[in-house]
Design a protein around this ligand. Structure first.
Ligand code: ADP
Ligand code: MG
Length: 560
């Protein structure tokens, strides 16, 4: 049997176009071919389970190897294999139509970045790095004949009878001159680590040496020797594929260490698992960070059926949750479309809402289960929660029940609790409740003391995100304003009876006031003479809240 044929497509020169668009991503050829090998292996396993394949499954390890001299890379599997007819159907027609569709879609795209870059180009991505590709395959079916397919990247192919005796498929790539960098152990190991680390079938890439025990020596000490063992590059059942009830905290922490070796332990995590109306699994971690500047975005890895796709999860994960770490695995996220399409995609929207809800539920659960422990973590969690409150209305609605405010006495309150606490005395003449806050407890120390003297409470809102958080909750809370403790408002709140008699007469007060005003010579400040005892602060100089905010913004370049 020998047959030559022409792959029927309209675009003659498909490969130059594929190469052009996926230029920076040539390495994905390996992901695609290994995924196909894994798929073929999963299929034979399923057929065996269903009783439709009665032979021995045997060792089903997929193997990746290369030959520097022959300039080949080979991907071998012991999957279900293909008959010559199936090659014609699946490789010549179907796979090629996928590639054709890709080109049709993107030949006019101006910017290659518009394409997610991770298009499932499948089998034909082999031609990004190979000048010639061979398929040696034997189908699992009774009486199947082995077949060899070869193609040089033009639309011409050749199929002939093969000699293969065992079930499965070898894909042999004859690497082109421009791609010889891939004929390198570390290069290939790196690509496999990146894309194939969690695939569900063992993948072997060469061997590695390992120390094993080798009896005891004369003195009774244990002896070790080095042996060569298969280098299996993947973990076949990563934790997100398991049930939470089968996992211990340690498993989650170990997995985190595996993903981010240099990081501190995370604060907590959320195991995601849903099959309807879309399929999604994953584990999201809240990282421990010292401050906002340490926060890193894009640490979430996106997988599709355990194949790594990207760590650009923008538009899939809500913006504020980009600060989380971990993995999301979903076959329902379209990977082959441009960003703008992704934003409009119904599944992506649902996934977005689902994740937001899950995170809010988890926080709510932690808060309800053990408030003291939650308060202790607030310093670390607060940043995420505030960011979420500011950026997602859906999250605000849930978040207001577990968002905490901390005062200068180290006490924590929810928004409602705090309103109840202060509204009796911290109310201005327009009946607005005033939350006082300090942005720097040391510098504003005397103002805090003076407010406390009047039984007013002062919050600490001192991180960079707080200025945005303050503005946001003002728009959300009814009849409530937030004022920095050194704002002029403090004096204008309805006060309880003065506890000290004023040591100055009215006239004297007026004179002192004028004296200060003259010395300051700036209309944006106002001077108040208080009826306090002489050892305290008889004079406070304040600035209107809005004026100060403007100044702060000018200093920080607009405040973002
Ligand atoms: P996809 O994997 O999305 O179906 P591909 O272009 O990667 O698209 O592959 C096309 C088809 O070729 C596969 O669906 C499968 O039927 C067949 N195929 C590819 N590689 C193998 C393999 N190693 N063993 C068996 N069949 C394969
Ligand atoms: Mg494929």
């Amino acid at each position: 049997m020998q047959e030559k044929g022409t792959i029927s497509i309209h675009t003659e020169n498909i490969f130059p176009i594929i190469k052009k668009f996926l230029y920076s991503d040539h390495e994905i050829f390996l992901r695609e071919l290994v995924s196909n090998a894994v798929d073929a292996t999963q299929k034979i396993k399923r057929l065996a389970t269903l009783g439709q394949y009665k032979g021995e499954l045997g060792d089903i390890t997929v193997e990746v190897s290369f030959d520097e001299k022959k300039k080949t890379i080979t991907i071998s599997d012991k999957g279900l294999g293909m008959t010559a007819e199936e090659i014609k159907k699946y490789i010549n027609q179907i796979a090629f139509s996928g590639a054709t569709e890709f080109v049709e879609k993107f030949k006019d795209a101006k910017d290659a970045n518009e394409i997610i870059g991770k298009f499932g180009l499948g089998f034909y991505s082999a031609f990004m790095v190979a000048k010639n590709v061979e398929i040696h395959t034997l189908s699992y079916q009774d009486g199947a004949e082995p077949a060899i397919w070869t193609c040089d990247g033009s639309t011409e192919f050749e199929i002939k009878k093969g000699k293969r005796k065992t079930r499965g498929t070898d894909i042999i790539l004859h690497i082109n001159e421009d791609s010889e960098e891939f004929l390198d152990k570390w290069k290939l190991q790196g690509i496999l680590d990146k894309y194939c680390k969690f695939l569900p079938v063992p993948i072997k890439f060469g061997t590695k040496s390992e120390s094993v025990e080798d009896g005891v020596d004369d003195k009774g000490e244990r002896k070790w020797k080095s042996v060569e063992v298969d280098n299996i590059i993947n973990t076949t059942s990563p934790i997100w594929t398991k049930s939470p009830s089968d996992l211990k905290d340690e498993d989650y922490l170990n997995f985190y260490k595996e993903l981010y070796p240099m990081s501190e332990d995370p604060l907590f995590w959320i195991h995601l698992n849903v099959d309807y109306p879309f399929n999604l699994t994953g584990v999201l971690y809240f990282p421990k960070v010292k401050n906002e500047f340490e926060l890193q975005r894009n640490k979430i890895k996106l997988f599709s059926r355990q194949v790594f796709i990207t760590d650009e999860v923008k538009d899939i994960v809500p913006e504020f949750l980009m600060l989380l770490h971990g993995v999301i695995d979903s076959p329902d996220i379209p990977l082959n479309v441009s960003r703008s399409f992704l934003q409009a995609d119904g599944n992506v929207k649902k996934i977005n809402n689902y994740i937001t809800k899950k995170v809010a539920d988890k926080l709510s659960e932690l808060y309800k289960k053990d408030r003291k422990a939650y308060e202790a973590k607030w310093n670390d969690i607060g940043l995420f929660v505030k960011y979420g409150m500011i950026s997602e209305d859906k999250f605000y609605e849930k978040g207001k029940e577990f968002t905490l405010l901390k005062n200068t006495k180290d006490e924590y309150f929810t928004l409602d609790e705090y309103t109840d606490k202060v509204k009796a005395i911290q109310t201005n003449k327009d009946d607005q409740t005033i939350f006082l806050y300090a942005t720097d407890v040391d510098k504003q120390d005397s103002f805090i003391a003076s407010a406390n003297k009047k039984d007013y409470d002062v919050l600490i809102l001192d991180s960079p995100i707080d200025s945005h958080f303050i503005q946001h909750i003002e728009t959300k809370l009814d009849k409530t304003q937030l004022k920095r403790v050194d704002a002029d408002v403090v004096e204008k709140l309805i006060q309880k009876e003065d506890s000290y008699a004023n040591l100055l007469t009215e006239d004297q007060s007026k004179q002192v006031k004028e004296l200060f005003e003259k010395a300051i010579d700036n209309k944006s400040y106002s001077v108040e003479i208080e009826g306090l005892s002489p050892e305290e602060m008889p004079v406070t100089i304040t600035m209107e809240e809005w004026m100060r905010r403007m100044k702060d913004m000018a200093q920080t370049g607009g405040g973002g």
